[in-house]
Design a protein around this ligand. Structure first.
Ligand SMILES: [Zn+2]
Length: 118
């Protein structure tokens, strides 16, 4: 599901759209060419999602110790993804995309995250 969110480039302030699941991932700005993390402007809204999580949330889930101890075994045993250490966003991003593009894996991760975030 495509869920574009209005974002702005922190480097040149050019407005653009970023897919919800890509929020928190560094991308090359099409206007200024900087490799930056697009920001949701103050007062900006994010769409209601169908169990998608942002890349920023995925990073948090696999790096914050109390979450990590629940999430890493789930990813490894149920989904077959081993998270490389030390954490490298460039290595995590393809894993994030695979999970977000697989409805069953996406739902499983979302449910686990919601249990932790509650
Ligand atoms: Zn820019």
């Amino acid at each position: 599901m495509k869920l574009p969110v209005s974002t702005i480039c922190p480097s040149c302030n050019t407005p653009s759209y970023t897919e919800y699941i890509d929020l928190g991932a560094a991308t090359k700005c099409s206007a200024c060419g900087e490799h930056t993390v697009q920001k949701v402007p103050l007062g900006g809204t994010t769409p209601v999602t169908g169990y998608e999580i942002r890349f920023a949330d995925f990073i948090h889930l696999v790096s914050y110790s109390p979450y990590k101890s629940e999430i890493l075994p789930l990813l490894a045993e149920k989904l077959g993804y081993t998270i490389p250490e030390p954490l490298d966003p460039d290595a995590l991003y393809p894993i994030h995309c695979k999970i977000q593009n697989n409805s069953e894996a996406r739902y499983m991760l979302y449910q686990a995250a919601m249990t932790l975030w509650r």
